[in-house]
Design a protein around this ligand. Structure first.
Ligand SMILES: C[S@@+](CC[C@H](N)C(=O)[O-])C[C@H]1O[C@@H](n2cnc3c(N)ncnc32)[C@H](O)[C@@H]1O
Length: 265
């Protein structure tokens, strides 16, 4: 697991201990951090693909997590495949989607699929886990190889501003049976933020007020716009555009979530 200090620091790997609460935290992030709801992301994708006048049928989601987005896209009639490195997240996706959706366990930049796709997507800031531009570039190359000519690649990332300023604090939530704290610390180098996440989950059963505790360390890397664009061009993508959080507005200085749309030449 390149670039994640969790194991050497004595933490489980990201999402190993918290996959079963991920969906609830995703809802919380939509409300508190302005992350785009998955149905809104799916509507953006459908509009983009239909505006381009090139039919999209088969879609690969890299870093699919618990399958929230796969579920949305499948409901819109797309034939979907998911890929993720986390066994626990894929198990949640399997529970959600049943056996009808192919799910692949692999770690980017590896994309071990034989099939070609009309589109690849990567929502919810998963590429901020890429530890360096070399890994990002290799991932872009691997995505390009899985896409048919003219295929579409859409992903979102947290902006530098978001990681550097707005997240540099402690966030806490209380959802009744689940309480949690996120502590963000932006590294002085400016290259990444460390997010220490602690949760307490009330256990079911006769014992009242009994909790399990879990703690994870996630390192999220800053990906500057110019560097991302350069990597995308080098991997052979064209029509590169960056929007503000799944809207039609171009990304600007105040953008928190950058939505990137690319076409494989
Ligand atoms: C914030 S979650 C996003 C999940 C999903 N896309 C969604 O919309 O909810 C990030 C996911 O990226 C996965 N991930 C991070 N780095 C990865 C890598 N290098 N290769 C494969 N999966 C990765 C994590 O395991 C996690 O499931």
């Amino acid at each position: 697991m390149k670039g994640q200090p969790c194991l050497s620091a004595g933490y489980p790997e990201p999402y190993a201990a918290t996959a079963d609460t991920y969906d609830r935290l995703a809802e919380w992030a939509i409300e508190k951090w302005g992350e785009s709801p998955r149905p809104h992301m799916a509507a953006f994708l459908r509009r983009l693909w239909s505006d381009r006048g090139r039919p999209v049928g088969e879609v690969l989601e890299i870093c699919c997590g618990t399958g929230l987005m796969l579920e949305q896209l499948a409901a819109l009639g797309y034939s979907v495949t998911g890929l993720d490195r986390s066994e626990t997240m894929l198990q949640e996706a399997r529970n959600r989607l049943g056996d009808r959706v192919p799910l692949i366990r692999a770690e980017l930049p590896e994309i071990p699929v034989r099939q070609e796709f009309d589109a690849v997507v990567c929502p919810a800031a998963a590429l901020n886990y890429m530890p360096d531009l070399d890994s990002l570039l290799k991932t872009f190359h691997a995505v390009a190889l899985t896409l048919r000519d003219g295929g579409s690649f859409v992903f979102d990332i947290l902006s530098r501003r978001r990681l550097e300023n707005d997240f540099a604090q402690i966030w806490a939530g209380d959802l009744g049976d689940l309480a949690f704290i996120w502590k963000f610390e932006h590294d002085r180098s400016g290259a990444f933020s460390d997010l220490t996440y602690t949760q307490f989950l009330r256990t079911e059963g006769p014992a009242k007020d009994s909790y399990t505790a879990a703690r994870e360390l996630h390192r999220l890397y800053v990906l500057d716009r110019d560097a991302v664009r350069e990597a995308a061009v080098e991997a052979g993508f064209t029509d590169i555009a960056v929007f503000d959080n799944y809207s039609s507005e171009p990304a600007g200085d105040s953008t928190h979530y950058e939505t990137w749309t690319l076409t494989r030449a």
